[in-house]
Design a protein around this ligand. Sequence first.
Ligand code: EPZ
Length: 434
Amino acid sequence: MDTFVIDGGRRLEGSIRVFGAKNAALPLMAAALLTDQPLVFEDVPDLADIRNMTRLLAELGCPPADAPPGSRRVTLQTVDPSQNHARYDIVKTMRASICALGPTLASRGEARVAMPGGCLIGDRPVDLHLRGLRALGAEITLENGDIVARAPGGRLKGARIFLGGNFGSTVLGTANVLSAATLASGTTVIESAACEPEIVDLARLLTSMGAKIRGAGSPRITVEGVEQLGGATHTVMPDRIEAGTLICAAAITNSVLTIENCPIDSLMAVTDRLRVSGVHVETLSEDGPDRATCRVSSERVLKPIEVTTQPFPGFPTDLQAQLLALLCLSDGNSVVTEKIFPERFMHVPELARMGARMHREGATVVVSGVRRLRGAPVMASDLRASASLVLAGLAAEGTTVVQRVYHLDRGYEQLETRLQALGASIRRVDEADL
Ligand code: EPZ
C-alpha cells in the first residue's frame, strides 16, 4: 500500500490551481441517467471516486465516451435504460453511489441500489433520501440489502417535501430528490433543502438540460416537472474543500501561496474563522462566478479560535480535520465542535502521536496549542483525516510517514506532486520499500 513520506518544516511558495470538485462531480455525473442525450463535463478531477462513479454509470447503461488522457473531460450518455441495478460491490466502495437512486428511478420507473454501508466518520443513514422519494410517490422496499424503488405508473408525482433531519439538511439527499423531481409530474417544493454550492452547481446543470428549478442554494427549492431532459455541457465548480485544505497548508507552514480557481465566495465561513486566527486570504482577481485568484499569508503565531461545523453556509465538516491540524500550533486553547458527524475525529489520536495536545469530550475537541509537532508514522483512516495528517507532516519537525494514503486518493488528485511543486518534501512510497 502507498504511503507518503514527508520531511517537515519547509516553507511553501508559488501558485497552485484548485481542481474541479469531487462532491459536485458525483451528483452531476449521476444526472446523465436522466436523459438519453450526451452530457459533457469539463474540469472533472481524476480521482478514485470519480472512476468508481464512471464504473457504476456504465453498469447502469450510461458509459463514458473515450477522452484524451489528462483532458479532465468526461462525456456520458445513456445507451441502455433497461439497466437499473447498482450492485453492492460498487456501492460498498463509494457510498455516494446513492446519488444514482433518484435519477434512475425518475427516468426509468424503477431502481435497485445497494444500501450504502457506514464509514469511519459515521453510520451515514439514507432515511431522508427515502423519505423524499416516497413523498414523490415512490414505492420503496429493502430486499437483500438493496433499496428497491418503483414509480407507480412509471412516473413520480410532484409533492411538498420536508427534507430536514436531526443534523440539519442532507446534501446528497437533496441532490437525489431534486434530480428525481425534474421529471416528476407537477410541482415539487423541497423544504429544508441543502444550500451547499454543489447543489447550486447541480441545479445549474439540470436547468441547462431543460429542468425548471427555482431557489437552488436556499432552503426552499421549487421544481416544475418536465416530460424529458436534453443534453448539456458543464464545467464542474472548483473544489471548495481542496481550496480550504490548501489554505490550511499555507497557514500551517507559515507560507505565502497563490491559489488559482479558488471558490472564495463558497469559503466565507472558513476565511472568516481563519482571519480571526491570523490567516489572511486576499482576493487578487475575480476570474468568474465563484472563481478567484487568492493570496494566502498568515501571522507567525496563530491565535486560538472556536469553530462549530454546520450545514452551508456554516463552517464545513469536511474542513474540520484540516483546521484541527492547524490549531495544534496556535497559541492557546481552541474549541472545535463537530455538529454534522459527531464521530469524525479519527485524526485526533494520530495528531497526538505527533505531539498535539487535544482533549475530546463527545463532539467537542479542545486543542491546546504546542510550539511544534514532531514527525512520526501515522495512519490515515478517512479522506479528510488523511489530509489533516499531511498538513501536520508539512509543519512537523522531522519525518512523518502517512500510511494508507489510498484514502487521500479518493478526494485529492496528485496532492504530493502538487505540493512538491510548491517546495514541500513529500514523496509517495510503497510501504514495502520503507
Ligand atoms: C456530503 O455527504 C459529502 N459527500 C460529504 O463529504 C460531506 O461531509 C457531507 O455532504 C456534509 O456536508 C459528497 O457530497 C459525496 P449529508 P452526504 O447527507 O450528502 C445525516 C467528503 O469528505 N443524514 O449532508 O452523504 C448524516 O448522517 C465527504 O468529501 C441522515 O440522518 O452527507 C449527517 O449527520 C464526507 N439521514 C448529516 O445528515 C440521511 O438520509 C449530513 O449528511 C442523510 C444524512
